[in-house]
Design a binder for this molecule. Structure first.
Ligand code: PLP
Length: 221
């Protein structure tokens, strides 16, 4: 068993219709992804450009691939022809490059803005104020081949549920503030937060998209 279908169905049911569940298939081989696909899963999350470029051609073409890892601008061109959503947009340079490559492919690519709230420096993303300042400059309004759908964020890698919850609340707060102050004409709708270990806390804080890897595909090496 490469994909825990029982757990998937149980989780899918518990989440209800308003929460998107994106199984994270990074490091997992194509047959594992196909097992999930056969259950009806169409959204998958991946972190590594090279790995995704290798897997994508051999898997069904109606899969909606979500890129969730740190993305260097010079790699965007490899994803632009097929990527469904880039959740990990952490700079204006990257946003502009996604728009440029999407235009070359005559596509519109959905993006989420990655908000950094965790204490670890290793995690990427904008802090809320930087993001607000940048969006108020309105450069994004000129980027017609991207569609900003929401925010994505991660909590610190700690045990303390109170800290994790507080960080998810901060991400949600940022989402609300951006909708009030920037996107009031066409509000963003997606709040992507929560993984195998903390998705329940994320949902309590307002998440409507969770990215679950090891709980469904087993642990990674
Ligand atoms: C790997 C990863 C996940 C999934 O993590 P699990 O703990 O295996 O569920 C979710 N989001 C991001 C950004 C990741 O890199």
């Amino acid at each position: 068993m490469l994909f825990d279908s029982e757990k998937y169905l149980e989780l899918r049911l518990a989440l209800g219709p308003d929460v998107t569940l994106v199984p994270v298939s990074k490091t997992k081989p194509a047959p594992a992804i196909l097992e999930a696909y056969e259950l009806g899963v169409r959204d998958f999350g991946e972190n590594y450009v090279q790995e995704l470029r290798e897997k994508q051609p051999m898997l069904p073409q109606d899969i909606r691939w979500h890129f969730i890892g740190h993305l260097q601008s010079n790699k965007v061109k490899y994803l632009a022809p097929f990527i469904y959503m880039i959740q990990s947009v952490d700079s204006s340079t990257l946003l502009v490059e996604i728009n440029k490559q999407a235009r070359k492919c005559q596509r519109q690519i959905k993006v989420l803005l990655q908000v950094h709230v965790a204490q670890e420096e290793t995690k990427f993303g904008w802090n809320s104020q930087e993001l607000l300042d940048y969006l108020k400059e309105e450069e994004w309004k000129t980027l017609s081949n991207i569609s900003i759908e929401g925010v994505m964020g991660m909590a610190s890698f700690v045990e303390d549920p109170i800290q994790i919850k507080a960080e998810f609340d901060q991400i949600y707060q940022c989402f609300r503030q951006l909708n009030e102050e920037v996107f009031n004409e066409r509000p963003m709708t997606i709040v992507s937060m929560g993984m195998s270990g903390d998705w329940a806390l994320a949902i309590e804080s307002g998440s409507n998209l969770i990215r679950v890897g090891s709980a469904l595909f087993g642990s990674r090496n």
